[in-house]
Design a protein around this ligand. Structure first.
Ligand code: NI
Length: 180
């Protein structure tokens, strides 16, 4: 496995529409493993292939249990060609961040619950039901596949905040919690 370079805002690849994956080969498996390792090392709770410069519809998510709300179940997922097939309710907290827009956070209204249709690494169709933070992460990562960044979805621009990097270059506790 390898840790991949995460590209940042300004790179045109973050604004392109990623292509559907037609089959899972060794290259796709390798990419999924490397993305997962890259996400954990960042550290972050989600990553989409365009963030490592690969324009394919592949995302990884790792939201621990009790992440933002006590008792909320987490999820660890690798999804191919994910699509939101149902979205209900609304949520605004917590503020969102992105590994490709380092040090910035902002409030993004998202659906509270989603149903996502996707394929797993055996290319079998799966349906994921998620709410809260996992639903937020899924919506954030699926946006990346269409060239959409969280800052596009910040309605109240006064909530966009810059958190200065710590002297050691590691993300702050707040940033770590939010990075997708
Ligand atoms: Ni992101």
């Amino acid at each position: 496995m390898a840790i991949l370079n995460i590209i940042v805002e300004g790179d045109p690849r973050l604004r392109q529409k990623a292509l559907k994956i037609k089959r899972v080969d060794a290259g796709v498996r390798r990419l999924a493993e490397d993305m997962y390792e890259t996400m954990i090392a960042a550290p972050g709770i989600g990553l989409a292939a365009p963030q490592v410069g690969v324009l394919l519809r592949l995302i990884t998510i790792d939201v621990p249990d009790d992440y933002f709300e006590e008792g909320a179940p987490g999820a660890s997922l690798t999804l191919i060609n994910p699509e939101i097939v149902k979205a209900t309710g609304t949520q605004i907290e917590p503020a969102e961040g992105c590994l490709s827009i380092p040090h910035w956070i902002g409030d993004v209204p998202r659906a509270e619950r989603v149903v996502v249709k996707a394929r797993d690494l055996d290319f079998r169709e799966v349906r994921i039901r998620a709410e809260g933070m996992v639903a937020r992460a899924l919506q954030h990562e699926i946006d990346h596949l269409d060239g959409v960044l969280f800052t596009d979805r910040v309605v109240d621009k006064s909530t966009l905040k810059y958190l200065p990097p710590k002297p050691d270059g590691r993300p702050s506790a707040k940033e770590k919690v939010l990075a997708e």
